[in-house]
Design a protein around this ligand. Structure first.
Ligand SMILES: NC(=O)C1=CN([C@@H]2O[C@H](COP(=O)(O)OP(=O)(O)OC[C@H]3O[C@@H](n4cnc5c(N)ncnc54)[C@H](OP(=O)(O)O)[C@@H]3O)[C@@H](O)[C@H]2O)C=CC1
Ligand SMILES: O=C(O)CCC(=O)C(=O)O
Length: 423
């Protein structure tokens, strides 16, 4: 592992996971491997202090980050996460996966990601707005429509993007819609962006199932995480004839062997904030989620969920990574041994950033597309990228993850080589 003085990753931590994925791709890079060290360190990492006055009059300090892992192929691009477990090391890994994802799909971006260590559920809307605006001002020195374009991730949404866009615009003295994506439609957002990541998970899942001869009609699907990505993917699979048999979030795990009534489940989550207590299924122990028999398992929550132990017990044919980094290297090795196919995050959840790219293009041209145009273009781009990765995997007899890294790292390092050596 490289000697970065400010992190001490373990093998299965997010940054350790990313580094082991780079180790796996290195033998397939030919002469470009001389540049591989570039991928093992972020180009730039900013840590910011965010002091705000809480509603009760006290001052609270939050720690925020923006990491630009690579700017080789274009501006930084990647979401912003609000979560109590956010660390610099986690944001580094998430930013690096953005570099790989953007290159795997051939979007003209580098990779970046941001985050603030806080629990948004404990803050009022006013406090959340203050944190967001201060964070945006602090990272304002490195973001911009041509520099680095944030977007939503865990616990962030269109409202937060609107505050970010407004703060950046006020600070620079010009309305700058292209500084973030995932904005509300009224501020230059794109139709289809809210649904895009879940839609992309469905589209890539459909393609992988076709290649593995898994019938969509009646296929059993289990979904961990029922937020933006998990709920929309589940809804689209159900609409295509699959059965959503298990769902899990922080409020519990629910099982229904016959498949949930999706509209009832979505209404329950909208009303109560989680899947727990849903009457249309049986509550089971959280650990039992990982033993539910399924054709497709979609982790759509956080990193590190499929450990070696959980991988040993999975009863599924296909893992479709809606979340970023949900499978540890030890878990990955077990799944490979057991013949369970993994469609990696960097292609499975690439629908979100692809429509973010469409949003950015639409903002620059001030010409907006219909939702149909967006969905057709999304489908075409990501199924094309998936096909290329599948064929690369067959050609080298490597996992889809390593194949995605071969495609992506080759693009990044070729660009690096072309840009030359001297300052
Ligand atoms: N939003 C996007 O466009 C994109 C998101 N992703 C990735 O998808 C994943 C989900 O993001 P998104 O849907 O946007 O986030 P959301 O905040 O909308 O939803 C996250 C979901 O995960 C659940 N969750 C969190 N921790 C756990 C846990 N330990 N066990 C079970 N459930 C848990 C949450 O439950 P609860 O509310 O109960 O905490 C919630 O249902 C992340 O890995 C993200 O990086 C990837 C590409 C783009
Ligand atoms: O839409 C984007 O720009 C980035 C989404 C994101 O953070 C991700 O794909 O993990």
């Amino acid at each position: 592992m490289p000697n970065l003085s400010f992190v001490s990753p373990t093998r299965n931590s997010p940054w350790g996971t990313y580094l082991s994925q780079i180790d796996a791709v290195e033998p397939y890079l030919g002469n470009l491997a001389r540049w591989v060290e570039t991928l093992r360190r972020p180009k730039r990492a900013l840590i910011v202090d965010i002091p705000i006055e809480l509603d009760n009059g006290t001052i609270a300090h939050y720690e925020g980050y923006r990491v630009q892992h690579s700017l080789t192929r274009g501006p930084g691009k990647g979401g912003v996460r609000y979560h109590p477990d956010v660390t610099l090391e986690e944001v580094m890994a998430l930013s690096a996966w953005m570099t790989i994802k953007n290159a795997a799909v051939n979007l003209p971006y580098g990779g970046a990601k941001g985050g603030i260590r806080l629990d948004p559920k404990t803050l009022s809307m006013k406090e959340l707005e203050k944190v967001t605006r201060r964070y945006t001002s602090e990272i304002g020195i490195i973001i911009g429509p041509q520099q680095d374009i944030p977007a939503p991730d865990v616990n962030t949404n269109g409202q937060i993007m609107a505050w970010m866009m407004d703060t950046y615009s006020m600070n620079t003295g010009a309305t700058s819609t292209g500084v973030v994506t995932g904005k509300p439609i009224a501020l230059g957002g794109s139709l289809g962006r809210v649904q895009a990541t879940g839609r992309g998970v469905f589209v890539i899942g459909r393609e992988a199932m076709r290649r593995l001869n898994i019938e969509m009609d009646g296929a059993r699907i289990a979904v961990q995480g029922f937020g933006n990505v998990g709920s929309i993917a589940a809804k689209l699979f159900a609409a295509a004839g699959a059965k959503i048999v298990a769902v899990q979030d922080h409020t519990g795990t629910i099982l229904n062997e016959r498949g949930f009534d999706m509209q009832n489940l979505l209404d329950h989550v909208a009303k109560t904030g989680g899947v727990g207590g849903f009457a249309g299924g049986d509550r089971i122990a959280n650990d039992d989620f990982w033993k539910v028999k399924s054709d497709v398992l979609i982790p759509a929550a956080l990193e590190g969920q499929i450990s070696k132990e959980r991988a040993e017990g999975l009863q599924t044919r296909l893992v479709l990574e809606g979340a970023n980094g949900p499978t540890t290297p030890d878990g990955d090795a077990v799944l490979a041994d057991r013949g369970i196919v993994v469609v990696p995050d960097v292609i499975a959840n690439s629908g979100g950033v692809t429509v973010s790219y469409f949003e950015w293009v639409q903002d620059f041209s001030s010409f907006f597309w219909t939702e149909d145009e967006i969905n057709v273009r999304l489908d075409k781009i990501i199924t094309g990228a998936f096909k290329h990765i599948w064929e690369t995997s067959e050609q080298h007899r490597i996992s889809l993850r390593t194949a995605a890294f071969v495609v992506a790292c080759t693009r990044v390092l070729e660009a690096r080589e072309e840009r030359g050596l001297y300052p």
